[in-house]
Design a protein around this ligand. Structure first.
Ligand SMILES: C[S@@+](CC[C@H](N)C(=O)[O-])C[C@H]1O[C@@H](n2cnc3c(N)ncnc32)[C@H](O)[C@@H]1O
Length: 232
């Protein structure tokens, strides 16, 4: 069993949480293949499909997954997945722009459950969920080298969805801008480690001599969130 780091352990724990025995799980950008190896060896999934678009990571996945119930495919994201082939999907360790690009390129091939771990710009992934009728069913911070957000989304059964008036109940009673940045469930849980991290980031951003638009927006959201908790 490969030893997964906390980031991928957090992802693995959100895949097939109800223990369905027939899950076919796709992992786009599988590289070392560790996530699928762990899911298969622990019998968490019935079959894995690893996708890589670069030679060495593709070879890594082939090597790691040899002898297991897995296909390793060389190609660009969901281009090498058939519609309806997957029960669930993960895309981890990439920037959110790349993740959203992969999801949007073949939206008909995105299964009902996706677990995403963007390295930065988490708001783009949450925005994709809101625009596409996927509801946030869980999100966690994996406190590894960085605080990694791991976002689990389930396709909603109701059809109406709109980013400016989201119908995802996870976003009820939270400020939308702050929730997109930090996660509505994470904000509602308000764990001490998360609050401490926001205080640290606020101090860091306030110490910078010049803030560009994104950082300015982030600082404003942090100040707003911390102020709302200070008055409780
Ligand atoms: C930083 S690694 C992350 C590996 C692993 N998912 C993890 O989280 O540890 C990102 C991998 O995604 C692959 N990748 C990036 N864009 C891709 C795409 N459009 N289709 C398939 N693989 C892609 C890269 O080749 C690379 O191996």
């Amino acid at each position: 069993m490969p030893k997964l780091d906390i980031r991928l352990r957090t992802v693995a724990a959100l895949i097939n949480p109800h223990g369905d025995s027939s899950v076919v799980h796709g992992d786009i950008g599988s590289d070392h293949g560790g996530l699928l190896v762990s899911l298969l060896r622990s019998k968490r999934i019935a079959k894995g499909i690893a996708v890589e678009n670069k030679s060495q990571p593709y070879e890594n996945s082939c090597f790691a997954l040899k002898g297991l119930s897995a296909d390793v495919r060389f190609g660009d994201g969901l281009a090498v997945i058939k519609p309806g082939e997957l029960t669930s999907l993960s895309i981890c360790g990439m920037g959110a722009e790349s993740i959203v690009k992969i999801l949007e390129a073949f939206s008909d091939r995105v299964p009902d459950h996706v677990v995403l771990q963007p390295n930065r710009q988490h708001e783009l992934v949450r925005g994709w969920g809101l625009r596409n009728g996927f509801h946030l069913n869980e999100e966690q911070i994996a406190w590894g080298h960085w605080p990694y957000a791991v976002i689990s989304l389930q396709r909603a059964t109701d059809a109406t969805h709109n980013a400016s008036t989201p119908n995802d109940p996870a976003y009820a009673d939270v400020d939308l801008d702050a929730a997109l940045l930090f996660g509505p469930l994470i904000l509602k849980r308000w764990e001490p480690k998360f609050a401490a991290r926001l205080h640290e980031e606020q101090a860091y951003l306030q110490g910078l001599t010049k803030l560009d638009g994104d950082y300015e927006h982030r600082l404003h959201q942090i100040q707003k969130v911390l102020a709302s908790h200070a008055v409780r």
